[in-house]
Design a protein around this ligand. Sequence first.
Ligand code: 26V
Length: 754
Amino acid sequence: MDLEKSLGETLAGMGTDLDRASRAQIFCALLRVTRDAELSMAPAPGGRKLYYFSAEFLVGRLLRANLVNLGLADEAERVLAAHGTSLAEVEDCEPEPSLGNGGLGRLAACFLDSIASLGLSGDGVGLNYHYGLFRQDLSDGTQREEPNPWIEPESWLIDTGRSFSVPFGFGPLTARMYDIAVPGYENGTVNRLHLFDVDDPAPAPEHGIDFDKGDVRHDLTSFLYPDDSDEAGRLLRVYQQYFMVSAGAQLILAELAERGAPVTELDRHVAVHINDTHPSMVIPELVRLLCEGGVPFEEAAAIVERTCAYTNHTILAEALETWPMSYLEQVAPKIVPVIRRLDALARERSDEPSVAIVDQGDVVHMANLDVHFSHAVNGVAALHTKILVESEMRPLAELYPEKFSNKTNGVTFRRWLMGCNPGLASLVTSAIGDGWKRDASRLEDLLDLRGDSAFTQALLEVKDANKARLAAWLRAEKGIEVDPGSVFDIQVKRMHQYKRQQMNALYALWKYLQIKHGNVPTRPVTMVFGAKAAPAYTLAKDTINLLVAIGRLVADDPEVSPWLTLAFVENYNVTAAEHLIPAADVSEQISLASKEASGTSNMKFMANGAVTLGTLDGANVEIAELVGRENIYLFGRSSADVIGLYASDGYRPWDVWQGDAELAEVLDMIVSPELLARGDAGCLARVYRDFVAKDYFMALLDARDYAAVKERCLADYEDRAAWGEKALVNVARSGFFSSDRTIREYDRDIWHLS
Ligand code: 26V
């Protein structure tokens, strides 16, 4: 495509041209040109076709990613530069959808990119949330949630004109199908992300995210994860899930019919992937539809079992979904008898109560349903899969050993290196050629440059440039001042106790006291946080308040502020990540060992030359194996120790702080007059009480080791040449974490698409 010509014609149609158009007009024209080019491109040729069902697709902005994959990014930069602007300026006009919460949703987006880029036939299936998860407002130091509208008159959504009727208990509701094109990387194929929507969506609430949860016909697709603290909210989540899977299942069978195949051949032509338990009702829905098509029940169940596969993303009990049968009777009565019969079939296979689909209280265990009626089940990192098989899902893994496997997560290097870090991408290409763009494992060729001081110096210079760029972005977008000459230590992820942002907060307070006592660091340190808290998760919101208060305390103190900055980046999202990750020196991955299924920001930071400071948890274990102990900073109790402590109920936080005066002093700071003057008394008191009396995720247990290893890490940073080598080894070994590798494994072992 001649981009300049198409862009010129589109702008002419809008009554303007490249020299006169506003950035918003140029964005709009680029969107149209890209989207329309994609519409005319062929889908990946199929053998089997994959449908990847997920409640979340955290796609981020799409203009740059689309241009990269269409091979038009360089030309776009050239054309825009010739007219006095840049892709960075133009893409700032693109609203970012928040169709996801964290790693689960971002993984789904990376997977779609890799599936298309490998030329595989596979579409996403999800919901078109109009106001997303929420936009985070921190203007008064505590999180307030606001709607995040993102659908403008001109958007990436394509109205397919297709719709399906979803049989709810109250009657049928139409699901309209909108598509977003998913182009492969320079391979001419385009897959699709199907987002289902109601016919007549409700307008955004005026303030906050409170809305009428009973008005399902209009509000079903308003928000991702509506508040589930009351029954209406929980029912709405079930409505959302059934809406997604019923429409998706009908689409699958319609496309199967279009291919001229009988429904009994579903598994020969189709692979269905269930991303966590939110889409689990696709199993009974497909069985129901096959039975309607004349297939006997047991045969239908067997076909569906051969079609479906399930990924578990967490071992936290709170996230393993269960639904009272009474909810399903109200929302999706047609699948209730199907679930009861599937439960009976499962009981023929095992009489162990813990693996039943429907328990004695008539509650449906979605993960159990998934394992019984999928042919493949996987965890998302080696350690996570081991814990699933050996403890969390042991009875099921013993029943179906052949179903379980590991698929270590990955990320798309097209967004997370080529897109967000052009400086590093071109340095790498100048050193080893551009084969790594198609095969990230080629990044290992960089290892030959160990000991080449000119190259490590160039690598450090790229990092410095990215830090300066981030500092400018933080000032312009978030009103935050940081010193680009300081060490950038970054923790960005969902706010959760198991991820232990609160332990990092203790480090900040300890460092503050150290500096007050005259122990100033060799170089200033900038601690950066970004995180959204689930709206009903009080302690997570309290921790945000604590971090913001510490940021103020540090900034207000002229003895400390030259040496320490704590910046909390409001409304952390994919766009913020694309600015933060390329600029990080230290990547904070400090979850309590055994609790983080995988983590994926750890992989992105590594690929961008940050060094990990972390526990041996999730994919950190595999990162450590790849880079070697000298290129990662590890601390904390092992997963085996932690699992043992939970089993023996052997952890008492007060034993830790009562025996450690320095730690007790740091804890007292949380409720000191200085912090109370800068934070919310209720929030700070709750955080303090949780630390001293509960500390379920054992932050105090690891706090000393964490601080000691972090100090060693910061000291090592001063040997610039040695640090440059660490960064080099991290980039070079990151190729394993390409989602292309992950998707090849899913295809080889589970989907068999090609
Ligand atoms: C969490 C929440 C919290 C807010 C309210 C609604 C809700 C619903 C589901 C969940 C579970 C989130 C599961 C998740 O995101 N797991 C993450 O999956 C990543 C991709 O596999 C993995 O890297 C992370 O370790 C894991 O936490």
